[in-house]
Each structure stands twice: as structure tokens, then as C-alpha cells.
Design a protein around this ligand. Structure first.
Ligand code: PLP
Length: 388
């Protein structure tokens, strides 16, 4: 059976040399990034400071719109930042934790950097309520919904859990939060580019993520969607001259907020990263997330079937509708197995309470999954022989 998505393989140089199963961590670099970086250097070298008004100043908003198209966000509603933690900080700086509504609800399956950020807001009045997972794979949705009450200010959650690829019921969480007057920040880092995300259909307040994983956009760019009705009135305290109505008037005194997306940005933008992000976003839009999702469900099911054949523990939901793009397999000595696979040019990673994370993407061949699992089998066999 021919796989039409494999025609994109030639766009990714690293696929010629490695079995690249790590798009949950760092997506493969598109060939187009060489030209994008050269173009950036040319512009800087030849246009110098004029580059700002000839394109650089607006670039963060343009890339925001390119990402917004993937999120089904209206134009102008997505700002760009350096990372997801910064996006959390921008949102937190719009909120007031000094009143009775000061509860922050999430689960222990959240990405740790996001938890570290919210824990650190306790001195400002934030009360963190963390709902624990029962099985290390899923989030107890009912318990999470029950924890969201009229004292809740914000619910910062991952759409897809990084450890297990469990897809959270974002719609149910947003509906409950809105019923009691709370906001939701949906971290779509592990979902955008591999499963469909529609911020309008979800009616979510904020959505953020980075481009370096499933969007093949490299490090240094994150996005923050703010629902337009909120974007018109929220005032981030973590702000700067990008958010001012007249940044080049260099006025003294308090800021006068401009409209989104610049309203949520702050200092000088990260031009090289924004340029590097564009080829990946373009390819993902061209391929289409629906097609990526269809293939991902098939390939992750194949990985689970292979793991089952060997009796290895799978720390990922078995229902493809509840599973993102990764399969976490905790075979015996999984941490050592990870190191051995890396030596064989099979690129994966290992996480505690997860095991080895295998993440095929639209450019992955089925044979590469067979080869990775055969390599695990061989390493385990060799280890048994040497330890006898
Ligand atoms: C769900 C999720 N959120 C956030 C991050 C990273 O956060 P930051 O962009 O702040 O480094 C990751 C992984 O790197 C992640 O998987």
C-alpha cells in the first residue's frame, strides 16, 4: 500500500541518516530552513537596521497568523513568544489573585515547567489545586471537573499529556470552567500538528504551544491565542514596548495598550527563530492535519500491537481516539534500551513513569517502526546472553 505522505521525506535531510521517531521532542528540520536562515543573514547583512520596518517588526504577528490558521483562530488573535512558560506568564500577568477567586486547577500530568511556573505564583495569592492521575496514563476527568469551582480563576492544562499522549477532554473542561466563571489555558504543544485543534469550536480562552515538536519549526517560537473578546480588554502586566500603541514615540509613563496580537507581546522579537519556524508550519499546513492524524492513528496502533506481541508495558491509551502521536513503551531496562537505540541512529527518548517514547510523524515509514522494535528485541536478547 503506497503512502502519499512519504513524498515529503526528501524535504527533511535527517531522514536520510536516522530513524527519526522523536517528533514529540524535536521535529525533523525541513530543508527550507537553510534558505530561511540564509535569507535572514542576507537581510541583516544588506539592509541592516532598515530590516525592522521592511519586515522584521511585523514578523511575530505574521507567524502568529500562520499558526492561527492551524488553530482555526481569527487573524490577529495569536501572538508569538519564546516558549510556553513565557505564554503562561503573560496570561498570569493579566489576572488578579488577590481576591477569593484565586484557585489554579490542573493535574499532575501537566508539563513540569508549567507547574513550576504556577507553583511560583503562590506568593502572589495563587492557590494551586493538583488533581492526581490514578494510572499514570490518563487524567481523571470527572475529578478534574469537580475541582473547578466558583473559586477557580484559571485552569492551565495540556491538551495532550506529554508522558502518555492521553488526549484530555478539552471541551468538557472549557464548558465546566465557563459555567463557574474560570478561564482555561490549553497547552497544545503536544497536539497542534498531530491532532486537529479548533480554538473556536472549543471556545477556549487561551491556547499556547511551541513549534519545535510536531510543527517542525525549531526552538525559540511559541504562540499564544487569546479569545478576541478577552484580547480586547485584558491588560498584561508582563508587557513592553511591542504592546504600546505608539512604540516609536518612546513616551514616558504607563503603557497605552495596543490591540492584539502585539498587546500580548513585550520586548524585541526573536527574528531568527521566527524565520526558522516558517518552513515547518508551511509543510504541516500543506500536508493537512487530518491526513497526519489518520496516519498517526494507524502507526501508533501498529506500535502498540508490536509492543503487545513482546509483552511490553504500554503507557499510552489503547483507544486511538484518546491517544495523540506518541506511544510510550516501558520494556525491561527501558532507560538503557533508550541509550542503545540512540547509538544505532534510532532517535527516541525516555521519560520517567513513561518509558521509551516512540513518535512517528507524517514522514515516517512503517518499516521504520518494525526496525525500531526489532532493534529493541535484539538489544534485549544480547543483554540476556551477556548477563547469563
Ligand atoms: C505539553 C508541553 N508543554 C510545554 C512544554 C515545554 O515548555 P516550554 O516551551 O516553556 O519549554 C513541553 C515540552 O517541551 C510540553 O510537552
Amino acid at each position: 500500500m503506497s503512502d502519499p505522505l512519504l513524498r515529503y521525506r526528501s524535504e527533511f535531510p535527517i531522514l536520510e541518516r536516522t530513524n527519526y521517531l522523536i517528533s514529540n521532542s524535536l521535529g525533523a528540520m525541513p530543508r527550507g530552513v537553510y534558505d530561511a536562515m540564509k535569507g535572514y543573514a542576507e537581510t541583516w547583512a544588506t539592509r541592516g537596521v532598515r530590516a525592522w520596518e521592511e519586515g522584521w517588526w511585523m514578523l511575530g504577528a505574521e507567524v502568529g497568523d500562520e499558526l492561527g490558521a492551524l488553530l482555526n483562530a481569527p487573524k490577529g488573535s495569536v501572538s508569538t513568544h519564546q516558549n510556553v512558560t513565557t505564554c503562561q506568564a503573560v496570561v498570569a500577568s493579566c489576572l488578579d489573585f488577590s481576591g477569593k477567586r484565586n484557585k489554579v486547577v490542573y493535574t499532575d500530568m501537566n508539563f513540569p515547567s508549567v507547574m513550576y511556573f504556577w507553583e511560583a505564583q503562590r506568593p502572589y495569592g495563587a492557590r494551586v489545586h493538583m488533581v492526581k492521575t490514578d494510572d499514570g496514563i490518563t487524567v481523571p476527568t470527572e475529578r478534574l471537573l469537580d475541582a473547578i469551582d466558583e473559586h477557580t480563576l484559571v485552569v492551565p492544562i495540556s491538551h495532550v499529556i506529554f508522558r502518555s499522549a492521553f488526549i484530555q477532554d478539552a471541551k468538557a473542561i472549557v464548558d465546566k470552567a465557563h459555567k463557574v466563571g474560570a478561564y482555561v489555558i490549553l497547552d497544545t504543544f503536544q497536539s497542534l500538528g498531530t491532532i486537529p485543534v479548533d480554538v473556536r469550536q472549543l471556545n477556549v480562552d487561551f491556547a499556547c504551544g511551541g513549534v519545535l515538536k510536531w510543527l517542525c519549526g525549531g526552538p525559540g517560537v511559541a504562540y499564544l491565542y487569546v479569545r478576541p473578546d478577552l484580547g480586547a480588554k485584558l491588560e498584561p502586566k508582563f508587557t513592553g514596548w511591542s504592546a504600546h500603541q505608539q512604540p516609536f514615540n518612546f513616551e514616558i509613563g504607563p503603557t497605552k495598550y495596543t490591540d492584539p496580537p502585539f498587546r500580548f507581546m513585550n520586548g524585541t522579537p526573536h527574528i531568527p527563530s521566527l524565520e526558522a519556524a516558517r518552513p515547518g508550519i508551511k509543510i504541516i499546513r500543506e500536508v493537512g492535519v487530518d491526513k497526519i492524524r489518520e496516519k498517526s492513528k494507524r502507526q501508533t496502533s501498529k506500535l502498540i500491537a508490536l509492543a503487545d506481541q513482546h509483552g511490553w508495558r504500554v503507557n499510552t491509551p489503547r483507544d486511538p481516539e484518546k491517544r495523540g502521536g506518541t506511544v510510550s513503551i516501558d520494556m525491561p531496562d527501558s532507560h538503557d534500551i533508550c541509550r542503545e537505540l540512540l547509538k544505532r541512529e534510532i532517535l527516541i527518548d525516555w521519560r520517567p513513569q513513561a518509558g521509551v517514547r516512540f513518535s512517528p510523524h507524517f514522514y515516517t515509514k512503517d518499516e521504520e517502526l518494525d526496525a525500531a522494535i526489532a532493534a529493541v528485541e535484539e538489544i534485549l536478547r544480547e543483554r540476556t546472553v551477556t548477563t547469563r
